[in-house]
Design a protein around this ligand. Structure first.
Ligand code: G6P
Length: 507
């Protein structure tokens, strides 16, 4: 754990996330090309930063270098601040942390993506339960060090009393570490994942559980995407000694080691407030993007591919939690049980590679490819390809696919929110029927207007696909309008400014 640092910076608002708002790639002549990162958080914060007064030090975003190009970009500036290295990062200054490769691999792959992601999404199968031995202890030390690097950078950049918004499961220790260095700061943490129920969270070694929970409880405010995830967190937190939970407030009396918590008042503890902020999408921005020529070009290609057939669409990272294999099994079941749809529909599956450093993800990608090929072998006819699998990430094509969908399949086994459900609702030009897993965070808001499925029940999912295909036009229109309204309820920009305002107002 880093020692308290005396120096303070000038940033009034800071964001920290593993993946940052910009990424670098190598250009054809060896030059560095700057790209805007993807994702709702980036677009929301981009807007929030654009609204800010023209003061370069107002918002600093700290993130990790994710490849050699990022590392070289960071090394151009003595302090890793890209705006000072001559890159135009918009109104936000971006500080890329050049983290030792081994520490990064252990923290990001071994702990964050293989353990924490698996725990929060309940992904361990009985036959592949984790083993927490000596190797895990090295990984865990790396996770602590990686978090400490973020905490140190934030402590250096933050002005006295600044607001710091830490994102996601990669950085769960940062709030506690940062509070120890800079008790003057207002700190928030937001979990973009689900939270595991206590019985499952208990898979983790006891001291690791306590460090994670106390790491988060170092914040003034903790944010979750749904009430269900906030409730699960509270149930895990209240199992800690010296912690009491009541009415979306957690009172922390003691630390993991039993010592009095930092900043505890004589009157009995430090209060951590829990907020539920169901991130949505910016409907106007998405529709503007959909109106651009590259999307129209992709839409024309997809329409030609479908040849007038009705499109059942899914768009995912190829990710175990997204349940792509069971989604394909449901489509196969549909074609077997309801032969009337053969030749009438096409399943467009956009499944983009993700986290291929982990064997589980590579195997899952293979399973998706195999099953897609099997389905085509079983049903294809001379003039009909039942399933089209796209594995190359292409944003304009994803937008085009969502706008042309008649049925959108979102069937994760567990998902913090699932923004594809909301993007699809915002972009649909054909009143797409949403087949939605009840285990996605989006279910809390969209369940009423979607066809809701148990993601493990392949037959029920097949039946929902059939129901979607026969749904009368008027009902489709009514449901689609409701889904679109829900999708735009809390766009990223307001999601962010609401949390910032709540943090700034914290006592
Ligand atoms: C989820 C996480 C994000 C993460 C994203 C992509 O949405 O909540 O923090 O950035 O997946 O995963 P990756 O490992 O590619 O960053």
């Amino acid at each position: 754990v880093p020692a308290p640092s005396a120096a303070t910076g000038t940033a009034r608002v800071l964001v920290a996330s593993n993946r940052g708002p910009v990424a670098f790639a190598d250009g054809p002549d060896g030059e560095l090309l700057l790209r805007r990162g993807a994702g709702g958080l980036v677009s929301g914060l981009g807007q929030a930063a654009a609204d800010a007064p023209p003061d370069a030090d107002r918002l600093v975003w700290v993130c990790a270098a994710l490849g050699d190009a990022d590392r070289r970009a960071a090394s151009r500036a003595p302090d890793g601040r890209l705006d000072r290295a001559g890159f135009d990062t918009g109104r936000a200054a971006v500080r890329i942390l050049d983290i030792d490769q081994e520490i990064f691999d252990r923290a990001y792959n071994a702990v964050a993506n293989r353990v924490l992601w698996f725990v929060q999404h309940l992904l361990y199968a009985p036959a592949s339960q984790p083993v927490f031995g000596a190797r895990f202890r090295q990984d865990w030390a790396a996770y602590q060090a990686y978090n400490a690097m973020f905490a140190e950078a934030l402590a250096q950049e933050a002005a006295p009393g600044a607001c710091v918004l830490v994102q996601d499961y990669h950085l769960m220790l940062v709030p506690g570490q940062l509070r120890r260095m800079r008790p003057d700061l207002r700190i928030a943490h937001f979990s973009h994942t689900p939270w595991a129920p206590p019985d499952y969270f208990r898979i983790l070694p006891d001291d690791v559980q306590a460090q994670l929970l106390h790491g988060l409880l170092g914040a003034d405010r903790l944010g979750f995407l749904t009430d269900a995830w906030a409730d699960a967190f509270e149930r895990c937190a209240e199992a800690l000694p010296g912690v009491a939970v009541h009415d979306r407030q957690v009172r922390v009396l003691a630390q993991a080691d039993g010592a009095q918590a930092d900043g505890v008042e004589a009157d009995g503890g430090r209060l951590v407030r829990i907020g539920v902020h169901p991130l949505g999408v910016d409907v106007g921005e998405l529709r503007d993007r959909a109106a651009q020529a590259d999307v129209a070009g992709r839409a024309a290609e997809l329409a030609a591919l479908a040849g007038g057939r009705r499109l059942i669409v899914r768009v995912d990272r190829t990710e175990l939690s997204k349940n792509i294999v069971r989604g394909l099994l449901a489509y196969r079941e549909l074609l077997r049980a309801q032969p009337r749809w053969r030749g009438q529909v096409m399943h467009l599956v956009c499944a983009y590679p993700s986290r291929h450093n982990l064997p589980e993800y590579r195997e899952y990608t293979q399973a998706v490819r195999r099953l897609a090929a099997e389905i085509n072998d079983e049903f294809a006819e001379d003039d009909w390809c039942p399933l089209h699998l796209e594995v190359t990430d292409d944003y304009p094509r994803s937008i085009a696919a969502l706008s042309l969908a008649e049925v959108l399949v979102v069937n994760p086994v567990r998902d913090g929110m699932n923004l594809v459900a909301k993007e699809g609702a915002a972009l649909s030009r054909r009143d797409a029927v949403l087949v939605l897993s009840r285990e996605a965070g989006a279910y809390a808001e969209m369940g009423g207007a979607a066809l809701v499925v148990n993601p493990f029940d392949v037959q029920a999912t097949a039946a929902a696909l059939h129901t979607a295909l026969i749904m009368p036009a008027a009902e489709r229109r009514r449901r689609a309008a409701e889904l679109a309204a829900v999708a735009g309820r809390l766009p990223p920009r307001i999601w962010f400014t609401d949390q910032l305002a709540a943090l700034a107002a914290a006592p």
